[in-house]
Design a protein around this ligand. Sequence first.
Ligand code: BGC
Length: 768
Amino acid sequence: MIAAAALLMAGTTMAQLKLQENNIDEVLKAMTLEEKATLCVGYSHAQGDAGTNGIIGQHTDMVPGAAGATRPIARLGIPATVLTDGPAGVRIRPTREGDPNTYYATGFPVGTALACTWNQELVESVGHSIGNEVLEYGCDVLLAPGMNIHRSPLCGRNFEYYSEDPVVSGKIAAAYVRGIQSQNVGTSIKHFAVNSQETNRSMVDEVVSQRALREIYLKGFEIAVKESDPWTVMSSYNQLNGEFTQQSHGLLTTILRDEWGYKGIVMTDWGSKEGTVKAVIAGNDLMEPGNQTEIDRIVEGVKNGTIPMADLDRNARRILEYIVLTPRFKGYKFSNKPDLKAHAAVTRQSATEGMVLLKNEANTLPMSSTQKVAVFGITSYDFIAGGTGSGDVNKAYTVDMMTGLSNAGLQVTQGLASLYTRYKAYMEEKVEADRQAGGWHWGKEMLPEMAVSRTMIDKQAAEADIAIITLGRQAGEGSDRKEADDFNLTQVERQMLTDVCDAFHLVGKRVVVILNMGNVIETASWKAQPDAILMAWQPGQEGGNSVADVLLGKENPSGKLTMTFPVALTDVPSSHNFPNVQAAAPEMPSFMRRSRVQVKNRDYTLHSEGINVGYRYFNTVGVAVSYPFGFGLSYTTFAYSKPVVKATKDGFTATITVTNIGSVAGKEAVQLYVSAPAGGLEKPAQELKAFAKTRSLNPGESEVLTFKVSNYDLASFNEATQAWETAAGKYVLRFSANVEDTRATAIYSLAKAQSVQCNAVLAPNHEL
Ligand code: BGC
């Protein structure tokens, strides 16, 4: 009887055990093998997996439209948590059946636009607003930021990512993560790692040297992990040097955790792979979106001894540690009513700061609000706020260029506007009618450009004071861009540009080109034609208002390019090793894929250019570009003082004073590039190590900017020793307006070489 009573009591205690912040050990001990496996596999209602509904007896679609969830375990008080896309805002379904309320989220500027602000404070404050929507819409984690390197302008998802440079990517991502996590919700830095193409993304093997991996593709993630402590990391779809990243112990444990000290969870990108057992052992804690087969594989793996119990315990513990951080665990009562009006103001203003003024002959801009404008280009009427795919936000509206201009009080030529408006309505209907079933239709597609006759253009030149031409591009998840008619202009666009510039210049009037896209296009062949060019990116739902603010000088553009604009696509060093063949059957079982002949640029991608990505190549080899990395004009001009450099315990601090010597207020982003001494590893001519931006300076006003760089930041990765090495000698510090425009230099001397030993992992599996 005593034994029975004891058992009963133990049973009662067990039954009452509920997860708390301070009892994770106890809860873990009380979990069955099946429960641990369940915790490590996500739940997606869309898959019709009834299991979780059974456990909690409620709809798992806690937030309709969210990308995924973790599974609850009711008996232990473990709630389900909700994961939603990003990065340009919260991607949830805007309407719900039988519910008169709407759940629109704010469409913020895309990643590229945010990065081009070079303003970490601003990105952090945008993060506050996005984080607030995550929280108030009942989500726990935003699946963002996307921070893969712009290896090629053709990558379909570059709009979500930040830069060709890892320091920009890392610092901007860190600011974004800090902003979002300040709202007590989580982030997921993605896609870890080397997911720099969409073609065949779920199977392709990215083959990269260890040096390029460490210095280019992992560096940004390293900075973000160390400077912002994201709650989660998302492993990518692709393979890296012969192993799926989600199954790579070297990547997910040796580098991410042992070397960088990461403490959060790793989840897979959305897709089930056969290697669940390997993924668990590698330290991929959570399988998303998750299915019962993966749970079964984990249970079976532990039972048959292929998964050490300690590995499953380790992963389950990390998930519990994540869960106790979440608003859902803490019982936060979300409102479903974030302040969308306030956030619209945030997106309107932040978008202007990422816009890059590429050309401004004879002060064409800012223009006056009394000018009558002829507005060309279908995108002026059908503005693109963001890219397609999981990064597309369901926003309530997008302000197009016409609305933006009219809100700013500008007159437009009516005949042209009405022609475009009718063409747009017709084209929208036609695109819908021609649409094939299936495929990716996540977000706004671009309408084909309308051909405008020279006669019509001549009439516009007579009637209007100035012409605006908007050129648009759309791209997104699931496929990469093409060179013809995408990276390069189409024939219709070229003709329009030439005719409009000819006609307007003949009568002494100006032409402004607005670029509405998330990525790089060819500019060298046509940039001489218009008088001004503004890269507006895909600036979010207030796009037209943001553009008008810059055109009229309400905001002075201070964005600078975080990527190079090459003269031709073939100048880009990765162009011969960028995939061009979509795998015939991506869904083919992997044993069949592995046993067929492996084809370059289909099954694997060689990163033969190594670290020579972007300006590291163009600037070192001296290949001319159309617009260099870091380039961007302003309506004012800035002077840089002589820098002051002071050695610190582990590096240096440099300061420089920037003065606005022009006639209107403006901000300046200063870039610190470093040229290393000869004698160490061979290095690019210069590499960005830090950057800083002034506040808005009135004419005559100055600000001191500070740059902190450590000796570790100056290091390069030596494959022979598997160590980060900083050579002794004189480092030339270049304080620059862009990579080709150094305004001041200074020297930092390092007396003794330094080295930080790493682990020898992730060696390439092909000759490079
Ligand atoms: C994308 C991720 C996204 C996930 C969930 C995947 O297809 O690659 O970026 O977070 O879907 O929607």
